[in-house]
Design a binder for this molecule. Structure first.
Ligand code: SF4
Ligand code: SF4
Length: 216
């Protein structure tokens, strides 16, 4: 029942539950924490929702992080917990470790995390460290296990992101040239290639926002 309440409250702010696990004893969380609930963009509709917020109407930097801090903090406090965020460091909270612990995200063949709902578009806007127990869902289905073509491995036009790793210099060089018209405006071709995120509904304007942050 509690989980349904939290899910409904998150949905009102265009957030979705991206994972839930028993975090008792986690050294990076308050001692009271019993469940960590990971939150990501709820699609479709996330970008239209956040860009209509006060944070996107003022001229201050980092509107998405400021929006996340406000709404995730309100959610956490509403359920008697504490909010934690993947930004604002260093030090940074170990969201990669927590994503793996959730049973709904895994390392992909190109090294990025892949999520059962969002594919390679996975991102976390924050998490709720909650002081009570809730029944845990079963693990998700790892999409790579049934992905015959594995298009992520060959999607980058300059082979900057492959099973050999991420060559950031090569990626940024491409973004200064032909990648202006492709990756910069619609998002990384590798992330776009993943069929697991094909039904997720993320809009290109959101990807362009993140690419401007990545390549500046
Ligand atoms: S394209 Fe296929 S193999 Fe690559 S991350 Fe997505 S599901 Fe996994
Ligand atoms: S942003 Fe473009 S150049 Fe960079 S890794 Fe992705 S596909 Fe390759």
């Amino acid at each position: 029942m509690r989980l349904a309440e939290i899910e409904a409250a998150a949905a009102e702010t265009a957030l979705d539950i991206f994972g839930l696990f028993d975090c008792s004893g986690d050294p990076d969380l308050p001692e009271f924490a019993r469940r960590l609930l990971l939150l990501g963009p709820r699609e479709p509709g996330f970008w239209a929702h956040v860009t209509d917020s006060p944070e996107f109407r003022d001229s201050a930097p980092d509107p998405l992080d400021r929006w996340s801090r406000r709404v995730v903090t309100e959610l956490a406090e509403g359920f008697g917990g504490t909010a934690v965020f993947p930004f604002g460091g260093p030090p940074y909270a170990p969201f990669q470790r927590w994503a793996l612990a959730s049973g709904r995200a895994w390392p992909s063949p190109v090294g990025l995390l892949v999520h059962d709902r969002a594919g390679l578009w996975v991102s976390y806007r924050g998490a709720l460290a909650l002081p009570f127990e809730m029944d845990l869902p079963g693990p998700g289905a790892r999409p790579c296990d049934t992905c015959a073509g594995r298009p992520c491995l060959t999607a980058c036009p300059v082979s900057a992101l492959t099973s050999a790793g991420y060559d950031l210099d090569r990626c940024h060089d491409h973004l200064d040239g032909p990648g202006q018209a492709t990756c910069m405006s619609r998002g990384c071709d590798v992330r776009r290639s993943c069929p697991a995120g094909g039904e997720y509904g993320r809009v290109e304007a959101q990807s362009a926002f993140h690419m401007r942050h990545f390549h500046r």
